[in-house]
Design a binder for this molecule. Structure first.
Ligand SMILES: [Zn+2]
Length: 310
């Protein structure tokens, strides 16, 4: 969780994150420019690969706008133990802090929805056989496109609901919440206020065993009442709270819930060494393994726990 750094100009500096932990082991690899076009608008994303932990191959990027260190709500995320048969839906995946970790576990499948074009570009830099980033916003209705309000800064607070400091809006593809989570076992939602229109309270597919929700304040809307109603429905549907939001501060509005489900004895080809955990190529190994190409590409730190497929 402590791997986002800030870039000042072209110089990568080590920084203490919000919890004061020094970010270590990072080395800038290269700087690239991508131009992202969306609905006639064009925005330049300069990113730098940074050797870091928790990211396959040791790569994550920090864009030049990344002045604010971003802390995902990993406490809630880590409170739901993963299973190899999990199908994880990450709604508001941002740069994949949660979804990449799940994919590396490895769970059976991760779908990461991220509407902001820049953040999505970053998500696509990580290639894993069970990791599928999709550039779309999740909505509670059947519209095929929706308006995303882009805030200034690094895309952490972009939202499908209006918020203060909104600089501009773009249209993004939209996918209905129920369709998105249909056969999920774990759903994580972090969408800056969009969560109240999803009808979370009406949609609990039978497969669902874990829910992680970060509730956000919305101006001119009784969001707290709605959040509490959603939680009542979650718990009525057999979920037990693991972490309960206590609403006392911006850091305690997230919660996680779990319910008993039979965990299938599915085989996971990544776990069994049948496909490379980096690229999905067919290999003949035993346990989590990497093909020689991925082995050479991944940092030493990230290879830990993986075998080299012979
Ligand atoms: Zn490979």
């Amino acid at each position: 969780m402590n791997y986002l750094t800030c870039l000042r100009g072209r110089r990568l500096r080590r920084r203490r994150n919000l919890f004061g932990i020094l970010i270590r082991g990072q080395k800038a690899l290269r700087i690239n420019d991508i131009r992202v076009r969306w609905n006639g608008m064009s925005s330049k994303l300069r990113y730098e690969y940074v050797k870091t932990r928790d990211v396959p191959g040791g790569l994550l990027m920090v864009a030049k706008e990344g002045e604010k260190p971003f802390m995902p709500t990993m406490r809630e995320c880590n409170s739901i133990p993963l299973h190899y048969s999990d199908r994880v839906i990450d709604i508001g995946a941002y740069m994949g802090q949660y979804s990449i970790r799940c994919a590396r576990f490895p769970v059976e499948r991760v779908i990461a929805y991220e509407p902001t074009p820049l953040s999505y570009e970053v998500l696509t830099k990580t290639k894993l056989p069970n990791f599928n980033p999709i550039n779309a916003a999740i909505v509670g209705n059947d519209e095929k496109n929706t308006v995303l309000h882009i805030s200034s800064g690094f895309g952490v607070t972009n939202s499908t609901t209006l918020s203060n400091g909104t600089a501009r809006s773009i249209m993004v593809p939209a996918i209905n919440y129920f369709d998105a989570i249909k056969d999920a076992t774990i759903v994580k939602i972090d969408v800056e206020g969009g969560e109240y229109s999803f009808h979370i309270e009406d949609n609990f597919p039978d497969s669902l065993r874990g829910l992680i929700i970060d509730f956000h304040p919305v101006t001119n809307y009784n969001w707290l009442k709605k959040a509490k109603e959603i939680i009542i429905e979650i718990e009525k549907n057999g979920f037990q709270p693991v972490i309960s939001p206590d609403w006392s501060s911006g850091w305690t509005r997230a919660g996680s819930w779990i319910r008993d489900r039979d965990l299938p004895d599915t085989t996971n080809p990544m776990l069994e060494g049948k496909i490379c955990c980096g690229c999905g190529k067919i290999i003949d190994s035993c346990g989590k393994s990497l093909c020689i190409d991925c082995w050479n590409r991944w940092s030493i730190r990230h290879r830990r726990g993986y075998k080299l497929a012979r």
